[in-house]
Design a protein around this ligand. Structure first.
Ligand SMILES: Cc1cc2nc3c(=O)[nH]c(=O)nc-3n(C[C@H](O)[C@H](O)[C@H](O)COP(=O)(O)OP(=O)(O)OC[C@H]3O[C@@H](n4cnc5c(N)ncnc54)[C@H](O)[C@@H]3O)c2cc1C
Length: 387
């Protein structure tokens, strides 16, 4: 047997022995997602056991190096690991902005001390992170951000406001873009990390159309941040921010799902026996596009892992994946007819489809809008200035 086949057998046996049966059930709602963090309430013993067992083996971040809490798997092994997880429908042991966004940025820009300290905490699910990028006047034009860090020798004093900070009210720490030089637009931003429990940090949830409040306004009033909590160089935080955005966009593109969940057409057909020929044709088209997206994502990911990715790829994936997910939920709603709009009933699982449909509207805004993605893609493909 090849080394890879050996690893597959090993992973399969470990998963059989260690993944609790409850963790092989589909995720039904937000409570089923394990976000970790200082204040996280585990929904069940099984959820905690699954996290602890994976963290002990480095399987929350399989392809991170072992000294930073990972399992040190190669790209090929990590792919096998994902396939074996999917084979038994195992839930991710940990969902985390630390894993998806901050971790990759720390691996590239962090000091050795920062990597050992923060990455291990992330891998064990001990600290929940939020992202302090957007401000009331700075979304797509992020580089115009105004939150200011005043140099006080051994620390900065940060003042300003962020907005749309997902889960800021639940997060333990924030990775935050702060202006540290007012004279330089691009080279006047620093990338700081700080504790959300620091004096002067406050959050205010924003209520959404779906009835949920997943994000907040976040205020900084004379927040003291020690100098060793900067990632990368002073005033060069824009480089870190852009690198992190690439990973965020890959993460969001996964909402497209490709053919991960199997054929949408077949699933809807089983559920409600669709007769409308137009809807059936739309579903067939969707399934074909989902397959193509899945193949494209896999190709891009393989290229990125061996350093052959194109800089436009995360943006292409983000654009295609989020537009696909919006289409997916439009079709689910169309197939469900007026009953799909039910909001509260037990039969509709608390209006799960309708709420998911409304949530997809944000997919093409978060992490950079579709219009902005198209602009970046064209600049990077055509190699225009400002890419
Ligand atoms: C669900 C969700 C979660 C989020 N979570 C976070 C978070 O955790 N942390 C965080 O910092 N931010 C977060 N955001 C904010 C997100 O990054 C911004 O909403 C996004 O970058 C767009 O900025 P904006 O809302 O200010 O829109 P604007 O920039 O004001 O854009 C308004 C419209 O103008 C268009 N537009 C703007 N500039 C251009 C251009 N150059 N070319 C063509 N069209 C353009 C846009 O496409 C859009 O349609 C989240 C947003 C959502 C929806």
């Amino acid at each position: 047997m090849s080394d890879l086949e050996n690893f597959r057998q090993e992973a399969r046996a470990w998963l059989e022995a260690n993944c609790p049966p409850e963790m092989r059930e589909p995720v039904r709602d937000e409570d089923d997602v394990c976000w970790g963090g200082r204040n996280f309430q585990f929904k069940s013993e099984a959820q905690k056991t699954w996290l602890d067992r994976c963290a002990a083996k480095g399987y929350t971040v399989p392809d991170w190096p072992k000294p930073y809490g990972g399992a040190g798997l190669s790209a090929a092994e990590a792919k096998v690991w994902r396939e074996e997880m999917a084979r038994i429908n195992a839930r991710p042991p940990l969902s985390s902005f630390g894993i998806w966004m901050l971790g990759p940025a720390l691996l590239k820009f962090g000091t050795e001390e920062q990597k050992v300290h923060y990455l291990n905490q992330i891998a064990r699910g001990e600290i929940r992170w939020c992202q302090g990028y957007s401000e009331p006047g700075s979304g797509s034009d992020l580089v115009s951000l105004q939150t200011f860090g005043e140099d006080k020798g051994d620390h900065w004093v940060v003042n300003g406001q962020k907005i749309w900070t997902s889960y800021a009210d639940k997060a333990d720490w924030i990775f935050c873009l702060v202006r540290t030089d007012k004279a330089n637009k691009y080279q006047g931003i620093s990338f700081l990390l700080f504790d959300m429990a620091s004096p002067g940090v406050s959050t205010k949830p924003i209520l959404l159309i779906s009835g949920n409040s997943p994000f907040c306004e976040t205020f900084f009033d004379n927040v003291s941040v020690p100098k060793n909590q900067i990632v990368g160089e002073l005033n060069r935080g824009w480089d870190v921010a852009k690198y992190l955005l690439g990973h965020e966009r890959e993460m969001i593109s996964a909402t497209g799902g490709g053919d991960r969940a199997g054929s949408l057409g077949a699933a809807l057909l089983r559920a409600s026996g669709l007769e409308d020929p137009v809807l059936r044709a739309d579903l067939a088209l969707f399934d074909v596009d989902a397959l193509a997206f899945s193949a494209m994502s896999e190709k891009f990911m393989d290229e990125v892992k061996v350093g052959r990715g194109h800089p436009a790829q995360p943006n292409m994936m983000k654009y295609a994946g989020t537009e696909l997910n919006k289409r997916r939920l439009e079709l689910v709603m169309a197939a469900g007819g007026s009953a799909a709009l039910e909001w509260d009933s037990e039969a509709s699982n608390g209006g799960a489809n309708a709420r998911n449909w409304l949530r997809t509207k944000a997919n093409s805004i978060e992490g950079g809008t579709s219009e902005v993605m198209l602009g970046v893609i064209s600049k990077r493909i055509l190699d225009l200035p400002g890419a």
